[in-house]
Design a protein around this ligand. Structure first.
Ligand code: BGC
Length: 826
């Protein structure tokens, strides 16, 4: 029995593969009254690598190539220029059931991506499974309960197998076959009959394979569908080829939510730009694909969808910023039949607001099209509304960019030929992402990808899973390996993620230290992007990089401290505890002091407090990461504020440092300046994006919209209209505007900090956060000089309500319950 409601480790007998474990919860209140048992919940243990008896099954050489003979010239030319475009394989297994079934669980994985039907019905609503990992090190499998789909006689498993991240196009350099040339399926269906006898149907040499109607379906390039090649009863099947499981590759159960379609939007307007070519506007930058209802009784159609985030001035779609991602879906339909048909793609996804439709029979109706929004289905936990429209839209834009960019891994952008696990981007968004949704599972999964991507000597990679020659990470990018575990622990209270990440974080910091014995991070900086995409400022790299070395040391001190608590020594003593963490706290505290001293000596004028470069970023980072001696902090704050004023209350920060600006301003007494930046509407600002109809976060502060058509001077032009890195302001909205935060000691909102900070332009806020320790709601409003706060604190937690933003305000300590506070503002 304990006061804990989360992260309670299973302590029972060892479970065997597939075994089901049931659990209930009982609670006692403050008067020791006992509750009834909760409803019974369960989990199933997955398969260990030694439990798998299936083999990987795929197609004999030449199967896909053969299917491409006799396709139309226009499609043949596309495939000729993009050799990774190959038909989706279809695999089949017939089997018989001869008794009543007690349970049936299907385990499946793919070198590629799969969609599985059992007796004509999809076995799950997940898409792009098994998800993206470095398949040469780890591959995930998913488990499906298929009992209700089985017939008590003849059954058929029918699997579509696409190239996915495994062998389709990935990233920006035209790479394909990145993890292997051919696609394979691994599957086991474990059936237990009521008489306790078992049957295992597994992928092996009794399976059959062919190709069907999907001529290709590629993540970056799109899909080509030939209706007349749908499989018929007369289809010729060939025997599969098999290969054994490579037991050196970890086969792990997917612990995160799968990618799913989570909502649907229909376009709001249409316009014909040339005969038969229509532009449809979905009024929202979104990620997924479009499904089409083709009206009845039409023959010989070639309907094509092209996607775009923006329009050119002439109204045509702007696709240049997609780079080499072709993003075209084509449906070749012989006959839509007497009731019409619905078509949609299988293994591709796009980021778009507009589609160009051609080849549609007659005038397309808006309701013939549906935008399917898909992403890793993390449960949403944060809500925010206020009486300021700009602020509400900003919050929503951050959320949309988060939705579009968590696709099995956190990606930089969802539309161009990139969509990679850039580490710097993940570090900027993790705190915000953890307010918006329960991202603990997917980021924990990704941290495994991060650890697997480390280079020789344990240096974190720029991109995880590792991609191409982009290997050793730059400052602020590699630091994601420290920053992401820190926030997962702080927001979700999960010390286990610190345990599993600890060695990798320690090695990263040790590497930097070894290369930079004078504590200034100037060596081993690799790509060294600095404060990426800053405007009207040039932050010196040595100052920027050393700041992040200091940040690493600061976070390591806190994490080493957290792991040193007595309950944890006991809890983890049989596992990773291989060094003494008391020493680690001392070590990292000293390291932070040494870095701070070196920073001050090398970069700070100790008379006037100016920092080398004199940009907003240098002050923000030095203050946020506690790198300055106490006496210089007020001077640095003044320089920061002067700089902001000299830019007429505009940021000059890039997407790394801007995430810390408003926090520093509030912390050092400049709430008013923070609000002016937050609600600024002219360039560069978030309001500028919104004034230009942004419905998600942009990559650049201007995205090339000022004075020229688009930011086309790069090839491919890097102006994504859905880049979540700038979304780092999201956490400030929850943490400081609404005022919902966790205590730094009792993390995971076990002890809550309520700390609203009202400011000009906003007089009403309502926000809530479903924390791992319960539902927190905070709303405030200002009426004249009165500030009224309503707050709800969940059961079994405590809160300090800090109203010291006002001179007459106090800190109130409260337990669970709903409270109202009033304070007179200055
Ligand atoms: C990505 C970024 C990434 C960067 C590295 C870009 O192409 O889209 O968000 O962090 O490269 O500089």
């Amino acid at each position: 029995m304990s006061d804990r409601t989360t992260h309670i480790t299973y302590n029972g007998t060892k479970l065997s593969s597939g075994q089901r474990a049931y659990w209930v919860v009982r609670v006692w209140d403050q008067e020791d009254r006992q509750s009834d048992n909760s409803r019974v919940a369960f989990w199933d243990k997955g398969l260990d690598i030694s439990d798998w008896t299936a083999e990987w099954v795929g197609a004999p050489n030449g199967t896909q190539h053969k299917a491409l003979e006799n396709i139309s010239e226009i499609d043949a030319n596309v495939i000729k220029s993009l050799p990774a475009l190959r038909p989706v394989l279809q695999l089949r297994k017939d089997f018989t059931i001869d008794s009543n079934i007690k349970s049936a669980k299907l385990y499946a994985s793919a070198q590629g991506v799969h969609k599985i039907q059992l007796n004509g019905k999809y076995i799950g609503d997940d898409v792009m499974s098994p998800g993206w990992t470095d398949y040469n090190q780890t591959i995930q499998y998913q488990t499906y309960d298929v009992k209700t789909l089985l017939n008590n006689a003849q059954n058929v498993l029918d699997v579509k197998l696409g190239t996915g991240w495994h062998s389709g196009y990935v990233g920006f350099s035209g790479a394909y076959n990145y993890y292997g040339t051919d696609q394979y399926l691994l599957l086991e269906l474990h059936i237990t009959y009521e008489n306790n006898k078992t049957l295992i149907v597994k992928s092996d040499n009794t399976w059959k394979v062919t190709t069907g109607a999907i001529m290709y379906s590629d993540i970056l390039m799109g899909e080509l569908y030939y209706q007349n090649r749908e499989l018929q009863d007369s289809t010729q099947w060939t025997a599969v080829v098999t290969k054994p499981i490579n037991k050196t590759v970890a086969h792990i159960a997917d612990r995160a939510q799968p990618i799913r379609v989570t909502e649907e939007l229909i376009p709001i307007s249409k316009r014909q730009i040339s005969p038969g070519v229509w532009i449809l506007d979905f009024a929202q930058n979104m990620v997924g694909w479009v499904g089409i209802k083709v009206p009845k009784n039409h023959k010989s159609m070639r309907i094509q969808l092209r996607y775009a985030e923006a329009l050119n001035r002439d109204g045509s779609i702007y696709t240049k910023n997609y780079g080499s991602a072709r993003s075209i879906d084509t449906f070749v339909i012989e006959d839509s039949g007497v009731s019409g048909i619905s078509v949609e793609t299988h293994f591709t996804y796009h980021g778009w607001q507009y589609i160009e439709v051609s080849g549609f029979p007659g005038e397309p109706q808006l309701t013939d099209f549906v935008g399917r929004v898909a992403h890793t289905d993390t449960p949403f936990t944060g809500k925010f509304e206020s009486d300021n429209k700009l602020l509400n839209r900003l919050w929503l834009n951050v959320l949309w960019s988060q939705k579009g960019n968590i696709w099995s891994i956190p990606t930089d952008c969802p539309q161009r030929s990139e969509r990679l696990g850039w580490m710097g981007d993940a570090a900027t968004i993790i705190h915000t992402a953890s307010y918006n949704a329960d991202v603990a599972a997917i980021y924990s999964k990704w941290l495994r990808d991060v650890r697997e991507a480390v280079g020789n000597g344990g240096h974190f990679s720029l991109i995880s899973p590792r991609f191409g020659e982009f290997s050793d990470a730059a400052p602020a990018w590699g630091d994601a390996g420290v920053i992401v575990p820190y926030h997962l622990w702080r927001m979700f209270g999960d010390k286990q993620i610190l345990e599993v990440s600890y060695e990798s974080m320690k090695t990263w910091v040790a590497d930097i230290k070894a290369a930079n014995p004078n504590f200034l991070w100037t060596q081993m900086t690799f790509a060294n992007f600095g404060d990426f995409l800053e405007v009207n400022a040039q932050t010196p790299k040595d100052v920027f990089d050393t700041s992040f070395f200091g940040y690493d040391a600061l976070l390591m001190t806190r994490m080493a401290g957290a792991l040193n608590r007595t309950d944890d020594v006991k809890r983890y003593s049989s596992r990773v505890c291989v060094f003494n963490r008391t020493d680690d706290v001392k070590f990292y505290t000293e390291l932070h002091t040494n870095i701070s001293n070196a920073f001050t000596k090398a970069f700070v004028n100790t008379t006037d407090g100016k920092i080398k470069g004199d940009t907003q970023a240098v002050y923000v980072l030095a203050l946020a990461f506690d790198l300055l001696p106490q006496n210089l902090r007020p001077l640095a704050v003044n320089h920061l504020v002067d700089n902001i004023k000299a830019h007429d209350y505009h940021y000059t920060n890039g997407f790394i440092s801007v995430g810390f600006s408003n926090e520093v301003l509030v912390k050092y007494g400049h709430r008013d300046v923070a609000y002016r930046l937050l609600l600024q509407e002219t360039f560069p600002s978030w309001g500028y994006e919104i004034a230009n109809n942004a419905t998600a976060m942009w990559e650049h502060w201007d995205n090339g919209l000022r004075d020229k058509e688009f930011n086309d001077n790069e090839d491919p032009p890097l102006n994504s209209f859905n880049h979540y890195a700038m979304g780092s302001i999201g956490r400030w909205i929850y943490q400081y505007v609404a005022g919902i935060d966790t205590d730094n000691q009792m993390v995971g909102f076990k002890r809550i900090k309520i700390q609203p900070n009202p400011g000009n332009g906003v007089s009403f806020v309502k926000s809530s956060y479903k924390s791992i320790n319960g539902f927190i709601e905070n709303s405030w409003q200002t009426i004249g000089n009165q500030f009224v706060l309503n707050t709800t604190i969940p059961v079994n937690t405590m809160a300090s309500v800090d109203l010291t933003f006002a001179k007459s305000g106090k800190v109130h300590e409260v337990g669970s319950g709903t409270y109202t506070f009033n304070v007179t503002m200055d």
